[in-house]
Structure formats: structure tokens, C-alpha cells
Design a protein around this ligand. Structure first.
Ligand code: ZN
Length: 280
């Protein structure tokens, strides 16, 4: 399960990195050349070797770094790394990593990343709708849990409670499904996603204006029918299936549908909605 970090902490870090930026104007700096969900790749401006920094182990933050002092793992000089990639939601990281994996012909990892994109997308969309933008949790002025109360603790409590709920408690239509949300497999998550967004599928949301074409009918259908989870399982389990370029290409439509639906359903990280007033 994932909880949001303390919002205060994130603000503090942002301020700190801005301060560092001012103090380090004369230090050699280097632009991050590739930024993925896990790592950043940056050439050392002193010895010109490529350094790889893991976000969790080396950078000690999962937030995009607006700039950071890093020590070259070869020549040990300290340089300022800048221009990290930032995305509006976690699923976007997995989608945006796909072209690199395809370029490097890492088709197995490509399938994993795409399946993860799909699962994190459905999960985030559900959480956005049932928690983040749910009027139940907004006060009369549109603040989450009431003005000055919207701390990470309040959010995490609501989030955890939701993850412990069973499907029949979430759906409320006489369903007898006792699957717990946090234990939902890909198929179960998809079932809930399609149920919750049935209205969005049948009608046209205002966000359609932001999109070039109306691909709603097709995109929901692609999600409904995709076997990406089966392919992922074939690779993970004992037969260790080795996917080919054709296996990967087969999912091009799924990739574009996830990008399209992300805009249509306005799927974003929780923090984006929590920092915003939403008036019912
Ligand atoms: Zn170096």
C-alpha cells in the first residue's frame, strides 16, 4: 500500500533545493539525460562518465529533484544535477519509460512496465474518484477534510480504510463480492474500474475538449479486453516466457488508450487534488 508523504515535508524539501540552487551557481552542473521511474542517468561534468543514481537508495527521495548536489561515483567530484522529469501521476512514469525499454530491446521489462502502468492507472483513477475528488470529504468551501485539517494523516486514514473495504461495500448494488480492495488482482481491479467509470464510458465528460478525438468507446473496450496481465504472468512464472518484438507491438493500442484515458478521466497523483479546492 502506498501512502502520501507529508505535504509539509515536501514543501520544506522544495524550499531547501531552491536555496541550494542559489548557493551553487558557480559549481559545475549537468543536465539529467534520462530520468526513469527508478533511476536518473547523468554525465559527470568533470570526468564525463555516465553516473546512474537510484531514486530511493542514492537520491533518498521519490519526488522529482528540481536540482541536487551529487557525487560522481568515479572521480568523486560534486556536481549539481538538474532537469529531472516530473509527471502528473505514477502510471505516467511507467508509460514514459516504455520507449527506452523498447529501444534497448528489453521486451520482458516492457511488458512488466506496461502492466504496471495499467494497474496503477486503474487504481489511481478509482482513488481520484472515490476519495480525492469525492464531495463527501470536502467542506462547504471545497477544502479536503476542512480547511487547515487536510494533513497527510487524515488522508492516509481515509485511504487505508478504503483499501480494507470489500467490493460489496464499495459497489453497493447488492453484490456479494467479498474481495478486499487491497488484495484485488488485475482482473478484479479492472472489473471495479469499469463499474465505477461506466457513466464516463457512456456519456461525454467536459475533459473531452482537451482531446483531439473522441476515442472513449474504443479505449474502454481496449482496457476491457486486454490480456496484458496474462502475458505478464507468462513471463513471471515458471515457464519464463520470452516476449518478442511482435508481443510488444501488439500492445501499442493499449499504450495510446492509457494516455487518452488519463486525460479524459483527469487521473493525477492524490497530492494534486488535495492541494486544490474543489467546489461541489
Ligand atoms: Zn566524475
Amino acid at each position: 500500500m502506498q501512502f502520501i508523504n507529508s505535504m509539509d515535508l515536501q514543501m520544506k524539501k522544495l524550499k531547501q533545493s531552491k536555496k541550494n540552487n542559489v548557493n551553487n551557481i558557480k559549481k559545475l552542473s549537468s543536465r539529467i539525460k534520462e530520468a526513469t521511474y527508478e533511476n536518473i542517468f547523468v554525465d559527470c561534468p568533470y570526468c564525463h562518465k555516465e553516473c546512474i543514481f537510484n531514486r530511493v537508495s542514492d537520491l533518498h527521495t521519490i519526488m522529482p529533484i528540481s536540482g541536487k548536489d551529487l557525487k560522481c561515483e568515479y572521480c568523486k567530484n560534486i556536481f549539481w544535477a538538474l532537469s529531472d522529469r516530473a509527471t502528473s501521476a505514477k502510471y505516467r512514469w511507467f508509460l514514459d519509460d516504455l520507449p527506452l525499454l523498447k529501444r534497448d530491446k528489453r521486451y520482458g521489462l516492457y511488458i512488466f512496465a506496461l502492466c504496471q502502468a495499467c494497474e496503477t492507472f486503474m487504481h489511481q483513477a478509482i482513488i481520484n474518484k472515490l476519495i480525492d475528488t469525492n464531495p463527501v470529504y470536502r467542506d462547504s468551501e471545497g477544502y479536503f477534510c476542512g480547511k487547515n485539517k487536510a494533513g497527510a494523516d487524515a488522508y492516509n486514514e481515509i485511504y487505508e480504510e478504503f483499501c480494507n473495504k470489500k467490493f460489496n461495500e464499495i459497489i453497493n448494488n447488492g453484490s456479494k463480492d467479498k474481495t478486499q480492495y487491497k488484495k484485488a488482482t488485475f482482473d478484479k481491479l479492472r472489473e471495479l474500474f469499469l463499474h465505477i467509470f461506466d457513466d464516463a464510458r457512456k456519456s461525454k465528460l467536459p475533459t473531452l475538449k482537451k482531446l483531439k478525438e473522441d476515442k472513449g468507446a474504443k479505449c474502454f473496450c481496449v482496457i476491457e479486453k486486454t490480456d496484458i496481465n496474462q502475458t505478464r504472468n507468462n513471463i513471471v512464472h515458471k515457464d519464463a516466457y520470452r516476449p518478442s518484438f511482435c508481443d510488444v507491438q501488439k500492445y501499442d493500442e493499449l499504450v495510446s488508450c492509457l494516455y487518452w484515458l488519463g486525460v479524459y478521466l483527469d487521473v493525477k497523483d492524490n497530492i494534486f487534488y488535495l492541494n486544490k479546492r474543489i467546489n461541489a
